[in-house]
Design a protein. Structure first.
Length: 344
């Protein structure tokens, strides 16, 4: 099979496309022919090895333990292990190969991937493979931010900063599905996309600073973290809640070693003295619970990923560079089979 290989940490342009054996199948695993695989920021972090502290979280200190990048996928089941009972050959499925939120390679940037059955689900009706593959990682983070940490409820005023990216675009849609009035913040080129996602109000951050406006929000979901909390709280209602997802702007913030970790630790400490910052938790629900919630939202028409560009496996480096450029409109996807599909 063809697969993308990462020999070392460094530039996305160093990725290679090579022939590898098809993965061997375990008893509780499913062999999936990958039709589409998501290109998202966590993959960029693992490919570049930045910030360096993330290498200590299981990925490999000097070089990646797993050489094939990628975590999210959608495709067709071609074989199942003897203990698999949830899906069968021929089913269209989507999921994420990693057991938890980790900055490690998950081997989905290939024509085939072996996945444990509790990390995938039948694909939501009405979505293409390209759309479905973008849901897991970004969708799980968005669900945790909007529903678990912010606890968004009907009638609330919610602002999503960095709303046009993977996590941001899903946060907008999930908050809308939960009955909130949503203000979406991103640059001018993405305003039409934000409105198409259902945002009630849009702000061009190149012209207006939401922390200096008159509006007050019950919830601020902050993807890029480009304002300190002292500025954010000016935009919060007295009992508003602030959720930082944290994004190092693909290294442009310059924090090569620790990235956003010190800021996250500081906010966790501050959560002990203010109810505007939800207390952090290292516990999360089983991955399948999140996938089911995302599938339900998609099938109800509340969530629909917008795919901007697709790339072949041979173009994996270019796909990551396009993502990191900030010019991407909609999600970026690899299509190992060659060519996008149009739905089911």
């Amino acid at each position: 099979m063809r697969a993308v290989v990462q020999d070392h940490y460094g530039s996305p342009s160093d990725l290679r496309c090579v022939d590898l054996p098809v993965p061997r199948l375990g008893d509780d695993e499913v062999l999936v022919r990958v039709r589409a695989a998501s290109v998202h920021p966590d993959v960029w972090h693992v490919v570049t090895g930045r910030p360096a502290a993330l290498r200590l979280m299981g990925g490999g200190v000097r070089r990646p333990k797993q050489p094939v990048p990628g975590t999210d996928f959608a495709g067709e089941v071609v074989a199942v292990g003897s203990d698999v009972s949830t899906v069968g050959v021929g089913d269209d499925v989507f999921g994420e190969t990693l057991p938890s939120m980790q900055w490690v390679n998950g081997a989905t940037w290939a024509e085939f991937v072996a996945v444990q059955q509790d990390r995938l689900l039948t694909m939501p009706a009405g979505l293409t493979h390209e759309q479905a593959c973008t849901l897991p990682t970004a969708g799980i983070i968005a669900l945790q931010a909007v529903r678990e940490q912010a606890q968004v409820s009907p009638g609330q005023q919610v602002l999503v900063n960095g709303a046009a990216g993977g996590v941001g675009s899903l946060s907008v849609q999930i908050a809308k599905a939960d009955g909130a009035t949503v203000t979406a913040v991103d640059d001018a080129d993405k305003q039409d996309l934000l409105r198409a996602l259902g945002a009630d109000h849009v702000i061009d951050f190149t012209r207006d600073d939401f922390t200096r406006g008159d509006a007050r929000y019950d919830v601020v979901v902050d993807i890029p973290g480009n304002h300190p909390f002292s500025e954010i709280r000016r935009a919060l209602a007295p009992h508003g809640r602030y959720v930082l997802v944290g994004h190092d702007q693909y290294g442009r913030e310059g924090r090569r070693v620790l990235g956003s970790i010190p800021r996250m630790v500081g906010l966790m400490a501050r959560s002990a003295v203010t109810d505007q910052i939800p207390r952090g938790s290292f516990r999360s629900r089983p991955k399948l619970d999140y996938l089911r919630a995302l599938a339900e939202l998609a099938e109800a028409g509340h969530v629909r990923p917008v795919v901007g560009r697709t790339f072949s496996l041979e173009e994996a480096g270019a796909a990551l560079e396009h993502l990191a450029s900030g010019r991407a409109l909609g999600r970026v996807v690899l299509t190992p089979a060659g060519g996008a599909d149009s739905g089911r």
